[in-house]
Design a protein around this ligand. Structure first.
Ligand SMILES: Nc1nc2c(ncn2[C@@H]2O[C@H](COP(=O)(O)OP(=O)(O)O)[C@@H](O)[C@H]2O)c(=O)[nH]1
Ligand SMILES: [Mg+2]
Length: 264
């Protein structure tokens, strides 16, 4: 049986093939920089989430988090206005796509940010678990931490059958091609800023989460998963709850798994 402790141990760099020794060591020395008083920024991609966004932003512990940026993808409802009222910075990105919204928000984070947390706008991710998500980075045990809904738990109905199957298939394929078994592509995650910069994210659609996970492996970063609770969302699903959403997300995830092979 798979043990949690095995999965939460840092990964060896078995599959990392840095282009040169110097790239590898420079990156690693950056990743392992100690963080005396960490500055944490949260990025929330959102599309028409007026029913949840305000509560999500307000539930974030401002003692822990210095900045909250919502990447609004041209919502036609009051998402942007409510996010601002709750204390978030809002950037409107007209180019539709989860990755496009994350990238636009990323461009706005303060240059002194040490750790970036990504979370969804629909109330699925538990704000109380954010400290556990960033802890392995602050404790110098990891550079990327994925909140795994498989190691943790999903409320009844929070994950649709296509979502579970897609996760299983994608993580299997990633294990075959990249020799590391993730259990999940969970959107709730924390990443060291220097690693995120080194990754040079390109995806603008639903390959965003996969690209981050695979590029982290390729760069020899320490990745771990921690258990996450996945709650039933507020409002309507844009991705896993619709046939076109599932098809598009599935396509971009598979496309990204193969596209990343070329970036080794
Ligand atoms: N910016 C942006 N956010 C999106 C888009 N589609 C979904 N989202 C957001 O991404 C998160 C996940 O989407 P959701 O509909 O909950 O997908 P599901 O959890 O797979 O059902 C939510 O915060 C959405 O508001 C999009 O095209 N652009
Ligand atoms: Mg959701």
């Amino acid at each position: 049986m798979r043990s949690t402790s095995r999965l939460t141990r840092p990964v060896e760099n078995r599959n990392a093939r840095p282009t040169s020794i110097s790239q590898f060591s420079v990156l690693n020395s950056q990743f392992r920089r100690k963080i005396p008083s960490p500055r944490i920024a949260v990025i929330i991609p959102a599309l028409d989430e007026q029913e949840s966004i305000e509560a999500v932003v307000r539930s974030i512990d401002r003692g822990l988090v210095a900045q909250i940026v919502v990447g609004d993808n041209g919502s036609s409802d009051r998402t942007a206005e409510l996010a601002r009222a709750a204390g978030a910075t809002v950037v409107v990105e007209r180019d539709r796509g989860y990755g496009a919204a994350c990238a636009a928000a990323l461009a706005l984070i303060d240059s002194s940010t040490d750790v970036v947390v990504f979370m969804d706008a629909d109330g699925s991710d538990a704000p109380s678990e954010m400290a556990a998500l960033v802890a392995p980075i602050l404790e110098e045990r990891a550079d990327l931490v994925i909140g795994s809904r498989i190691l943790g738990s999903a409320e009844w109905g929070a994950m649709t059958p296509p979502q579970r199957f897609g996760n299983w298939l994608a993580t299997r394929l990633m294990a075959m091609l990249y020799h590391h078994r993730y259990t999940d592509l969970g959107p709730y995650r924390a990443i060291r800023r220097t690693l995120l910069d080194a990754i040079e994210m390109r995806d603008r659609r639903f390959g965003w989460t996969v690209e981050m996970q695979l590029r982290a492996l390729q760069l020899g970063a320490r990745v771990i998963e921690v258990p996450a609770t996945y709650r039933r969302r507020v409002g309507h699903s844009k991705i896993s709850g619709t046939i076109s959403g599932v098809a598009k997300a599935g396509f971009w995830i598979l496309f990204t798994i193969f596209r990343c092979l070329r970036r080794r």
